[in-house]
Design a protein around this ligand. Structure first.
Ligand code: NAP
Length: 307
């Protein structure tokens, strides 16, 4: 029987692990499919307090993990496949094996959204990417395309002009969701061009196992055409990782956990931390703060229950 199982090993999960380990709760952290969370997909993090020169995302998250392990946190590779929160103790199916726990911290984060095209999935890592900071480097003097009309798309497009010959932002509407400042910055960048009212229908070339071009379509005119491209970057938002909790943990329409105040979910003893609940701030530091809150709530909950 575990005191606390932490689902997810990003900033939120690792911070929850540090705090609950220091409270002698011997937390078990289930790393998940994307161990280290979104920080493990970034390069330099310049806004995490305490690092005046910045720190690499993967180093930051690895340091947190080591810190938690130093206090006795246990890490398990693999993912939670099923949960049963209907009675106590709670039950979690980790890679086929059921374990029992008194409390749970859900810190499973959010994952990049994909267009859902068959060839897109086949070419991930071969020209298709959801992380400009991770993969931009590979497209020096190449033709780059960024899909999306939000702040992420603008930020990624600007960043990618450091590498690419040119960057085309493809957005499905005329109006942009991005903030004015981010949009203006991208508009004033001479290496960025915009294609609005345009969608991607296909990505080539699976037979060569590398991206060579895309099939585009203008939604207003219906015109469709092929365009050569080497790097295809998605920046169309994120999806919270709550599928396995469906029907048990209350979420909003987009799947983000609905907070019941502090780190509480609708189930007493199950807590949330980080991007799985936060669709607003989504920062490493806010996720870390949320992990701390969840751990403190677990500690008080267990104490109140006499454990
Ligand atoms: P977002 O604001 O939700 O924007 C997603 C964009 O992708 C939208 O323009 C959307 O189009 C488009 N999109 C979604 N699904 C699509 C699909 N299937 N096909 C084509 N296009 C699709 O997401 P985000 O840009 O990742 O930003 C998320 C949050 O983080 C925002 O609050 C943002 O302000 C914040 N953020 C801030 C910064 C910063 O300030 N430095 C940087 C990055 C992100 P529609 O507009 O047509 O829906």
């Amino acid at each position: 029987m575990r005191n606390v199982v932490i689902i997810g090993s990003g900033c939120a999960g690792n911070t929850a692990a540090i705090y609950s380990a220091r409270a002698n709760l011997k937390p078990l952290v289930v790393s998940g499919h994307e161990a280290g969370g979104q920080l493990s997909l970034t390069t330099l993090v310049e806004n995490f307090p305490g690092f005046p020169e910045g720190i690499n995302g993967p180093d930051l998250v690895e340091n947190m993990k080591k810190q938690a392990q130093n206090f006795g946190a246990e890490y398990l590779h693999g993912a939670v496949m099923d949960t049963d929160f209907s009675s106590r103790p709670f039950r979690l199916n980790i890679e086929g094996e059921w374990i029992e726990t008194r409390t749970v911290i859900i810190a499973s984060g959010a994952s990049a959204r994909w267009l859902g095209l068959e060839n897109e999935q086949k070419l991930i890592g071969h020209g298709v990417s959801s992380c400009a900071t991770c993969d931009g480097f590979f497209y020096r003097n190449k033709r780059i395309m960024v899909i999306g009309g939000g702040d992420s798309a603008m930020e990624e497009a600007n960043f990618l002009t450091r590498f690419g010959r040119d960057v085309t932002v493809v957005h499905r509407r005329e109006e942009f969701r991005a903030s004015k400042i981010m949009l203006d910055r991208a508009r004033h960048n001479p290496k960025i061009q915009f294609m609005t009212n345009t969608v991607v229908d296909d990505i080539y070339d699976v037979s060569k196992n590398v991206v060579t071009g895309v099939r585009l379509r203008n939604l207003k005119t219906g015109e469709a055409w092929d365009q050569e491209v080497d790097g295809f970057f998605l920046a169309i938002g994120h999806i919270p990782n709550t599928k396995i909790f469906k029907g048990q943990i209350e979420t909003d329409a987009d799947g983000y956990i609905l907070s019941k105040g502090g780190a509480r979910t609708n189930i007493s003893g199950v807590f949330h931390a980080g991007d799985v609940q936060d669709r607003t701030y989504r920062q490493a530091i806010t996720a870390a703060g949320a992990g701390c809150m969840a751990a403190i709530e677990v500690e008080r909950y267990l104490e109140a229950e006499g454990h």
